[in-house]
Design a protein around this ligand. Structure first.
Ligand code: PMP
Length: 438
């Protein structure tokens, strides 16, 4: 089903040149520039189901789903209709609408740990606001995050791990003052000793621990058995707020996210991506006694002109109601199709003599080109990124769009079926064989 393409990217090149004159790097978000994998980024103009089309008419099988939101496939008719209907009634009011309560009820019924929530317009806002309310609740300043986890681009979260355990943060971005990241402790993922040491070093000073309960942002990395349980216990004893950043995993690894999959209740949860059905949307929520600190009830300020936007709510309601109604059918099928493509491609790599580690939780997965298990940033960063770049370019040439970095998770959706799996494995086989010949 993947037509052999001799791709022309003439129009994409023209759009890139035009964009580069005004947009730094020609993009509004850095990875879109394809710098990590090389090659020119196609400019997309249309998508339907599991496929994307660029400005030159080339078609691609999509394995990133807009970085997660498009679990029902692109331009899914009930979602399109919901957005159109909402748009016809006015794009934004800046006042309360019935849709916000409706989506809130759906979120709460999928996530029992969430008693109250607030909608925002991005995952970045969700995590930034969750941390603010956690600090207000505890009256503490320090936060713990993990190396390789991404929680958006707010100042205090752009921190790589220091070299030692519980060392102070190092800015992960120019323009972030040391004074701000001073309060961010970046620790290795899946390492409980590091967390215990941080709490010993900062008794009664750590406001919260924030993590991706299944990591997508260093490639897919699952929590080791017992990790989430211990984090829950350590934070409870220390009086710190446990925040699960489920912007990627919410409604993805299970309807109720990673917390349902692993049976752990965090104090706060952040959501994004799927809850907006492809429109700008995020949310943070959790225990009512924490959330009630938000203005207008409490002293924590947080606001947004477009928060709870009617179009985003409509797309979110259409998406989440479909996932909820058909969860028993959708999630096992996502599991089956994802397992087939993840193991099928890995088998082709191995047959070509290429070392590969496949990490997968449901429909989030990554092929790391490395020999040893990947459980944290250190082991992930041992991957052969040059080989990943060649694989990415070969797959794109064959009409398969992988996320343009080794350190990103792949996503698929309900529009991916057996035909797509077969075509992907066949394309990978050719890509690996050619790579060995070079
Ligand atoms: N948290 C996680 C786990 C994410 O994956 C992302 C985005 N990839 C964010 C937060 C930030 O979300 P946004 O890009 O919508 O600001």
């Amino acid at each position: 089903i993947l037509r052999a393409m001799s791709r022309s990217l003439t129009k994409s090149h023209e759009f890139q040149l035009r964009a580069e004159r005004l947009l730094p790097g020609g993009v509004d978000s850095p990875v879109r520039a394809f710098r990590a994998v090389g090659g020119a980024p196609p400019f997309l103009v249309r998508a339907k189901g599991a496929y994307l089309w660029d400005a030159d008419g080339n078609r691609y099988l999509d394995y990133f789903g807009s970085w997660g939101p498009m679990i029902l496939g692109h331009a899914y008719p009930p979602v399109v209709e919901a957005i159109q209907k909402a748009a016809a009634n006015g794009a934004s009011f800046g006042a309360s609408t019935p849709a916000e309560g409706e989506l809130a009820e759906m979120v709460v019924s999928a996530f029992p740990s969430i008693e109250k929530l607030r909608f925002v317009s991005s995952g970045t806002e969700a995590t930034m606001s969750a941390i603010r309310v956690a600090r207000a609740f505890t009256g503490r300043k320090y936060i713990v995050k993990f190396e390789g986890c991404y929680h958006g681009h707010s100042d205090g979260l752009l921190v790589k791990a220091g070299s030692g355990v519980a060392t102070f943060g190092i800015p992960g971005s120019a323009g972030v003052p040391d004074e701000i990241v001073h309060f961010t402790l970046a620790l290795p993922y899946n390492d409980l000793d590091a967390v215990e040491a941080a709490f010993r070093a900062h008794p009664d000073e750590i406001a919260c621990v924030i993590l991706e309960p299944v990591v997508g942002n260093m490639g897919c990395v699952a929590p080791v058995p017992g990790y989430l349980e211990r984090l829950r216990a350590i934070t409870s004893v220390a009086g710190a707020v446990l925040i699960f950043d489920e912007v990627m995993t919410g409604f993805r690894v299970a309807l109720g996210g990673a917390q349902a999959l692993y049976g752990i209740e965090p104090d706060l949860t952040t959501l994004g991506k799927i809850i907006g059905g492809g429109l700008p949307c995020g949310a943070f929520g959790g225990r009512a006694e924490i959330m009630d600190l938000l203005a207008p009830l409490g002293p924590v300020y947080q606001a947004g002109t477009l928060s709870g936007n009617p179009l985003a709510m409509a797309a979110g309601i259409a998406t989440v109601s479909e996932l909820s109604a058909r969860a028993r059918e959708i999630y096992p099928e996502l599991e089956r199709v994802s397992a087939a493509v993840a193991s099928g491609v890995a088998a082709e790599a191995e047959a070509a003599g290429i070392s590969v580690i496949t990490n997968r939780v449901g429909s989030m997965f990554t092929w790391f080109f490395t020999k040893d298990p990947v459980t944290d940033w250190e082991s992930a960063s041992a991957s052969d990124t040059a080989l990943f770049g060649r694989f990415h370019r070969a797959m794109l040439e064959a009409g398969v769009w992988l996320p343009p970095s080794q350190f990103e998770a792949m996503f698929l959706g309900t529009a991916h079926g057996d035909a797509e799996v077969e075509a992907t494995i066949a394309a990978a086989k050719v890509a690996f064989a050619e790579d060995r010949r070079k």
